[in-house]
Design a protein around this ligand. Structure first.
Ligand code: SAM
Ligand code: SF4
Length: 335
């Protein structure tokens, strides 16, 4: 192992999120427009190149690897990649190999993912109503996702449901979703909608349901205890005393979490984003492709990029307008 990655603000970077494809079998209204132009396949890092970059990060101290997208499970051959990455779990270099998925392909892949050492996954699900699900994902079908969740639990994986809090859309499902997650022994985290990418005719402010309001509603029925637990990420957790379950809040807009940030994000084309809320990135592809038989230039490029990690993001809706808007879609960096 080489020297660990420390950024200019003394934050140790030990968490890498990798978007392995920009493509998806859904078109969630807050994430994509209906007609998306995806990257030509030749632009993508090959699975071997992804392996080289991830392995370099792991040599430099990354302990947690999250595979995301787009929808990671629609990338051809992705299970080969998971199986390759599991060697880093076996060696003890990596503590956790995980993914964020819309759940549509879990029926096919859950068992195999477990076989590759994946033990906890995040499944994105904003509503449990089949019609509303079709409306919010445009192309998704709820029964397929619920089957996927069943398959993942049967395979022995722990599930965290991620739900985007959407004003006027899933406000009325707050308690049913909390109860459903409790009944199935799944954690639940709510996410504030973020200004990522052009989403066609949808208006961000129309979608924005601040989590402080969601939390106040939750407190009408449950006793909430703040937990000290941090994952180095944007989530803050509470325990519902009546049920003992843990609920997370990802609040990039009402609460700034950058001081403890431990992560960077790699896109499927080899761009490294040091902050979800800034446009700056470092392109790792030249170092990778120009040096097929040496990873030293790649490691140098990674170190140089980490030295540029900014202090934080500039998202702000507080003046009733969207500030800090990003031109990229969430599916580009994987959220
Ligand atoms: N397709 C996978 C999925 O949906 O889980 C992985 C990629 S998706 C971009 C990762 C997460 O980002 C999902 O939980 C999704 O709900 C969330 N997301 C997408 N666009 C968002 C936005 N504009 N604001 C907040 N969360 C968003
Ligand atoms: Fe696809 Fe995930 Fe974006 Fe929905 S949130 S369109 S499932 S990438």
């Amino acid at each position: 192992m080489t020297a660990p990655l420390i950024d200019p603000f003394q934050r140790a970077i030990d968490y890498l999120r990798v978007s392995v494809t920009d493509r998806c079998d859904f078109r969630c209204v807050y994430c994509m427009s209906e007609n998306m132009t995806f990257l030509p396949k030749k632009e993508l890092l090959t699975l071997e190149e992804l392996d080289r970059v991830c392995s370099a990060f792991i040599r430099m101290g990354v302990k947690k690897l999250r595979i995301t997208g787009g929808e990671p499970l629609v990338r051809r051959g992705i299970m080969t990649f998971f199986h390759e990455m599991s060697r880093h779990l076996d060696s003890g270099a990596l503590n956790e190999l995980t993914l964020t998925t819309n759940g549509s392909q879990l029926g096919r892949f859950a068992q195999d993912l477990h076989g590759a050492g994946v033990r906890r996954i995040n499944v994105s699900l904003d509503t449990m109503d089949a019609d509303k699900f079709a409306q919010i994902t445009r192309w998704g079908r709820l029964p397929q996702v619920l089957n996927g969740i069943d398959a993942a639990q049967r395979a022995g994986m722990r599930i965290k449901i991620n739900a985007v809090a959407l004003k006027g859309f899933n406000e009325d499902e707050l308690f049913p979703m909390v109860e459903w997650c409790h009944a199935r022994d799944m954690d639940l985290t709510f996410i504030e909608v973020m200004p990522m990418g052009d989403i066609g005719n949808e208006n961000r402010l129309d979608q924005y349901w601040p989590l402080k309001d969601l939390r106040a509603t939750l407190a009408q029925q449950y006793t909430l205890t703040d937990l000290a637990e941090r994952t180095g990420g944007p989530a803050r957790y509470v325990r519902l005393e009546e049920t003992g379950q843990k609920i997370g809040f990802i609040t990039p807009l009402t609460h700034n979490f950058c001081e403890s940030c431990n992560r960077v994000r790699l896109t499927c084309t080899g761009e490294l984003f040091m902050c979800l809320g800034q446009e700056d990135m470092a392109d790792l592809r030249p170092a990778l492709r120009d040096n097929p038989s040496s990873d030293a230039p790649l490691e140098e490029a990674i170190r140089a990029a980490i030295n540029l990690k900014p202090k934080g993001h500039d998202f702000d809706y507080s003046r009733q307008e969207v500030a800090g808007q990003m031109s990229r879609h969430m599916s580009h960096t994987g959220g």
